[in-house]
Design a protein around this ligand. Structure first.
Ligand code: GDP
Ligand code: MG
Length: 222
C-alpha cells in the first residue's frame, strides 16, 4: 500500500447507499476513516470492505464522530468530508494541497451547488447569515462554513476542541481564527445527498445545529 499522506475523517450515520461511490473516489495516498456511532444499516461493513479504517464511537453526535476520527488519524494532514455523497472526494486535493504546500493552515471548501436541489433553502439562508457574522467577528473572508476542510493533524489536536455535536465545524473555525491561522476558502462542488439528511434536513437537526452554533458565537464575541 502506498504511504498515507492524508487521513479523511468521514462521520457516518446510516450512509450505506453513499459509501461505495464515495470511497471509490478517494485520491491516491488518501485514507478514509469512517466514524460510525449507531448506524443500523450496513455502513460499517461496506466501509471496511472498501478499505476504509472504521472507527466506532459510543457517544452520539456529529462532533463526537468527527473528533474520534481525528484522534485515530496518523497522517500529517487530516481532511474532513461528509459521507453522504454530497461532496466529491476527488475535490479533496483542493483543500489539502494549500496545507501540504505550507501556504495555508486551514482550508475550507465553499459549497457550490451543482443543481438547484443540492441545498435546502433554509440551510442556505442560515449559512449565509452565519458566514456574514463570522466575517464580522473574525475578519476572515469566509462565505460558507463548509464541512469539507483540511489542516495539519497536530494543529487540529492543539485546538483542544470541546464540542461533540453540531458546533464542531464552527469551533474549529473560531479557534483557528483566534489563533491567527492562515484560513483560506476554495470552491468545491455540492450535489444532492444520497439517502436521508441527519442534520439540516430535519427540524430537530437544524434546531440542534442552531443551538450549538449560537452558544459558540456568544462565547466568541465575549
Ligand atoms: N457518526 C455520526 N455521523 C453523523 C451524525 N450526524 C450526522 N452524521 C454524518 O455527518 C454527515 C453530515 O450529515 P448530513 O445528514 O448530511 O447533514 P446535512 O448535510 O446538514 O443534511 C453525514 O455523513 C452524516 O452521516 C452522528 O450523529 N454520528
Ligand atoms: Mg449532507
Amino acid at each position: 500500500m502506498s504511504e498515507i499522506r492524508v487521513d479523511v475523517v468521514m462521520p457516518c450515520l446510516n450512509e450505506a447507499g453513499a459509501l461505495p461511490w464515495l470511497l471509490a473516489r478517494l485520491p491516491e495516498g488518501y485514507r478514509a476513516i469512517v466514524v460510525d456511532n449507531g448506524s443500523t444499516d450496513d455502513s460499517a461493513r461496506i466501509a471496511e470492505a472498501a478499505g476504509a479504517l472504521v472507527v466506532y464511537e459510543a457517544r452520539r453526535g456529529f462532533g463526537a464522530a468527527a473528533h474520534a476520527g481525528l484522534l485515530h488519524a496518523t497522517a500529517p494532514i487530516v481532511a474532513f468530508c461528509d459521507a453522504d455523497a454530497s461532496m466529491d472526494p476527488e475535490d479533496l486535493p483542493l483543500v489539502v494541497d494549500p496545507v501540504a504546500a505550507g501556504e495555508a493552515d486551514l482550508v475550507l471548501g465553499r459549497r457550490r451547488p451543482t443543481t438547484a436541489g443540492s441545498w435546502p433553502i433554509h440551510a442556505r439562508i442560515a449559512n449565509s447569515t452565519l458566514s456574514w457574522r463570522l466575517r464580522r467577528i473574525t475578519g476572515v473572508n469566509i462565505y460558507d462554513l463548509g464541512p469539507m476542510r483540511a489542516a495539519r493533524r497536530e494543529d487540529l489536536l492543539a485546538l483542544d476542541l470541546q464540542d461533540r455535536r453540531s458546533g464542531y465545524p464552527l469551533e474549529v473555525f473560531l479557534k483557528a481564527a483566534e489563533r491567527g491561522w492562515r484560513i483560506r476558502e476554495v470552491d468545491t462542488s455540492y450535489a444532492p445527498r444520497v439517502g436521508r439528511s441527519k442534520v439540516t434536513g430535519t427540524v430537530r437537526g437544524t434546531l440542534t445545529a442552531v443551538a450549538d452554533m449560537s452558544r459558540l458565537l456568544k462565547e466568541a464575541r465575549k
